[in-house]
Ligand binder design. Structure first.
Ligand code: WQD
Length: 335
């Protein structure tokens, strides 16, 4: 049984990926520093899959602790989620983002090189494309100067991995996520935003729950179907399954080069107003919202061309936007 290290494995996407790894017969060991997650998620994962992953609370910024983990643990692959991910915060705290997202990546890669650990999956983001010139966005679209230090850490991270794979003969895949949303069907794991949600869907569900007075829609003067910005909202379980597909590709040595990257989205764009309408239809919950000015740094539209991911990963999304929004609402009701 292959043993896979999942860093950030108690987080939103990490926890859903751990469940899918266990469902696919992998043994899982999690490293998480609990800076943006809760230890209760470990028990929830266990209650879903029936198997408790090994868990280590480690701050990956502490090099000797990273080394100590690998001195005492053998792994066959690594899925690296651990990172800070709030776009707005990264503008105010760039050095926190470069330390937490880049230094930790370097320490993990150094261990992979030293111990000949070969299979690496990196959590990247469609943010590397900025506002793409053409839609849907393919993997051959050029990356653009990042709009935030957060986005920059994903671009730099991909470059570090690409160069390391070339020089040290490692094999890695970067998955460029679009907008992950929703919760596991068990409603035992989901998105746990700390404080005021920055992302749209948690703000929508907290507004529907009466925790927030109303949703502010950031701009309705974009060049889109209804003036509000368009994104590709992918169910987090579909996204989790893409990680299993990518890991299997590396383990079975089906990768064509030692560093590959794939766009992971549904292939369909939805505007903010369309999301609101879908949410109200799927849940029966009317939503209080108002149109306000644009949010700095936001792009007009982004949605994935999934042709290559579908073919090369033999993976495609199975869940609809309505299913994702309903699962997000059910998760919110449980909080
Ligand atoms: C979606 C749309 C907003 C909140 C970012 C990162 C990406 C990933 C996901 C980490 C936009 C609008 C939002 C609100 C609104 N980050 N919106 N009112 O900005 O597409 O992507 O988060 O994993 O890398 O770039 O996601 O959910 O913040 O916004 O109108 O209260 O909803 O303007 O059009 P975004 P988002």
């Amino acid at each position: 049984m292959k043993r896979i290290l999942v860093t950030g494995g108690l987080g939103f996407i990490g926890s859903h990926t751990v469940v899918e790894l266990q469902n696919s017969g992998f043994e899982v060991v999690i490293i998480d520093d609990l800076s943006n997650s809760k230890i209760e998620v470990l028990d929830q994962i266990t209650s879903i899959s029936g198997t408790k992953p090994d868990f280590y609370q480690i701050d990956l910024r502490v090099k000797k602790d990273v080394q100590h983990f690998f001195e005492n643990n053998t792994v066959d692959g690594i899925i690296h989620f651990a990172a800070s991910k709030a776009v707005g915060e990264s503008v105010n705290e760039p050095l926190k983002y470069y330390e937490n997202n880049i230094t930790t990546l370097v320490y993990i890669l150094q261990e992979m090189k030293n111990r000949k650990i070969d299979n690496f999956i990196f959590s990247s983001s469609c943010t590397v494309y900025g506002q793409a010139d053409q839609l849907p966005i393919t993997e051959s679209a050029p990356t653009k100067p990042a709009e935030s230090p957060y986005g920059n850490t994903k671009q730099i991270g991909e470059e570090i991995i690409k160069e390391s794979c070339g020089s040290y003969n490692l094999n890695a895949i970067a998955l460029r996520y679009f907008n992950p949303i929703g919760a596991h069907e068990s409603i035992k794991i989901g998105e746990l935003p700390l404080g005021v949600p920055q992302n749209l869907i948690p703000f929508v569900t907290q507004t529907a729950a009466g925790i927030r007075k109303e949703l502010s829609v950031f701009g309705d003067d974009y060049d889109t179907v209804d003036g509000t910005a368009v994104r590709d909202y992918i169910h987090v379980v579909d996204l989790a399954k893409a990680h299993i597909a990518a890991l299997s590709r590396l383990i079975e040595k089906r990768n064509k080069t030692n560093f590959e990257f794939f766009n992971v989205g549904t292939g369909t764009g939805s505007s903010v107003l369309e999301v609101i309408q879908s949410f109200e239809k799927a849940t029966g919950k009317p939503l209080n919202y108002k149109i306000v000015g644009r949010r700095a740094g936001d792009i007009t539209a982004a949605y994935a061309d999934t042709t290559i991911a579908n073919k090369e990963l033999n993976w495609k999304t199975e869940k609809t936007l309505d299913e994702a929004l309903l699962s997000a609402w059910k998760w919110q009701e449980k909080q």
